[in-house]
Ligand binder design. Structure first.
Ligand SMILES: Cc1cc2nc3c(=O)[nH]c(=O)nc-3n(C[C@H](O)[C@H](O)[C@H](O)COP(=O)(O)OP(=O)(O)OC[C@H]3O[C@@H](n4cnc5c(N)ncnc54)[C@H](O)[C@@H]3O)c2cc1C
Length: 431
């Protein structure tokens, strides 16, 4: 019989590594399996890492982790063809300890994070694909890998294999995605000297900006684009739900080109050099798409469990936190020497009691509503732009008359009742 572990974690992304780190710290015998050449080599992310959930695992991690810039400004752009309505928040307090969030490059960050799990005692093996879970008497007892004699055994297997999670599909936890449950996002890393970045974004040394872009960035389809500052590069990306892409016959790379050539985006990128193109799915089905997360001898964490809050751009923090909760459940199960579904269900309970499921529940209807009612992105964004242009153009019209004209043009385009209905529906979706 091959060597047996207390826990095998499949996937060394934020979710799997957090779980491996915590279980190894508790003295368990942990194996972390990653298919990439090294952790992060295959991973894609816009790049915003939140401080809170990682700090719970590694206090003051910002003193040693490979981070790009602390974010001191978060902007939101409602983009039209040749104009933008923007709002946001810039706070210098975010540029000092304990910080709020940082941009990161996953290829560097994931390696560093996985090394922490290794230092805590986990065994990491790279370039190894887990092909299936080994199931005996309805209990997961290990995994089969693509290596010769590649069967490995454990009391618990934690599936942290990302959005596609073929392994939880194999166990019947997941069905195939509906096209409205996932977003396809493409992004590019554009190298640029740091002085240029600082000038263009009005930043000092070690300060960063994020811009989330709605409206014309996705040609009015449900989705968003982003532009984030790294030390010496920018991350620019755009994505829509697969269903929107199919319906509008969009090609992801054409959409990114369209964004990069938008007259308000192009000058920001000017002089930059394309370094990398990446594409990935994001699970955006929300609360109703979360699969079964605990079974006999098995737990599902992170993107594999569809734990992404698309409205707040939170994924990696939820992945880490779910990995931590899964580790706590595994440690408890070990103390009880009981790895049944009912024992491991303490993970499910903790997950549903945490901010993760509370936030996903809060927005459970949002994506479906915005997808069903395309006017929010297609009609209201241009309307807002027109309204602002009118409001700020000094043409001798008294301001009260201007306000009346703006209201009239909005209600004339959609009708008063429909505008009220739209506003009420949007408020209900995010309240
Ligand atoms: C374009 C884009 C932008 C994003 N921007 C942000 C952002 O700004 N902020 C944020 O918080 N989140 C963001 N996210 C979401 C975030 O990236 C994910 O939520 C997060 O990475 C999930 O972590 P994970 O560990 O669950 O999965 P992953 O990071 O996908 O890691 C899964 C790991 O499992 C490995 N693996 C998969 N299958 C196997 C197998 N069979 N055998 C062995 N190894 C396997 C993979 O190689 C990978 O290393 C973004 C996502 C995308 C695609």
């Amino acid at each position: 019989m091959p060597e047996k572990f207390d826990v095998i974690v499949v996937g060394a992304g934020p979710a799997g590594t957090a779980c491996a780190l915590q279980t190894a710290r508790a003295g368990l015998k942990v194996l972390l399996i990653e298919r990439g050449e090294y952790p992060g080599s295959k991973n894609v992310m816009g790049g915003v890492l939140y401080r809170k959930q990682l700090e719970e695992l590694i206090p003051e991690f910002w003193k040693e982790a490979p981070l790009e810039r602390p974010i001191i400004e978060q902007r939101f752009w409602m983009l039209d063809k040749e104009s933008v309505v923007s709002f946001g928040y810039k706070g210098l307090e975010w540029g000092a300890e304990p910080y709020n969030n940082f941009t990161i490059l996953r290829a560097q960050f994931d390696q560093w994070f996985a090394q922490k799990a290794v230092e805590a005692g986990a065994l990491l093996i790279n370039e190894t694909v887990v092909t299936e879970c080994i199931v005996e008497n309805s209990k997961v007892i290990g995994v089969r890998t693509d290596r010769p004699d590649g069967e490995l055994y454990a009391d618990v297997v934690v599936l942290a294999d990302g959005v596609n999670s073929l392994l939880s599909k194999q166990l019947g936890f997941h069905k195939e995605f509906r096209p409205d449950e996932v977003a396809l996002t493409v992004m590019e890393v554009i190298n640029m000297p740091k002085e240029k970045i600082n000038d263009r974004f009005n930043l000092e040394e070690n300060q960063g900006t994020t811009i989330e872009i709605f409206g014309d960035s996705t040609k009015g389809n449900l989705g968003t684009a982003f532009l984030y500052t790294n030390k010496e590069s920018l991350n620019i990306g755009v994505g829509t739900t697969l269903s929107s892409m199919i319906k509008a016959r969009l090609k992801p790379y054409d959409l990114l080109d369209y964004l990069k050539n938008h007259p308000l985006v192009k000058p920001i990128l000017q002089g930059g050099e394309s370094a990398e193109y990446l594409a990935h799915l994001i699970p955006e089905g929300g609360f109703r798409s979360v699969p079964k997360v605990a079974g006999n001898g098995v737990l599902v964490v992170g993107d594999a469990a569809q734990l992404v809050n698309a409205i707040h751009r939170e994924g990696s923090n939820m992945a880490m936190y779910s990995g931590k909760l899964a580790a706590e459940a595994v440690i408890k199960a070990k103390e009880r020497n009981n790895y049944s579904e009912s024992s491991l269900n303490s993970y499910r309970e903790a997950l549903y009691g945490s901010f993760i499921m509370k936030d996903l529940e809060k927005y459970k209807d949002a994506a479906h509503i915005f997808e069903k009612h395309p006017q929010y992105f297609k009609e209201y964004v241009p309307m807002m732009n027109k309204a602002m242009s009118k409001f700020f153009t000094v043409d001798g019209t008294p301001k009260r008359d201007k306000q009346k004209q703006i209201m009239k043009s909005i209600t004339a385009e959609r009708g008063t009742i429909r505008v009220i209905q739209d506003m009420y529906r949007a408020w209900k979706a995010v309240k």
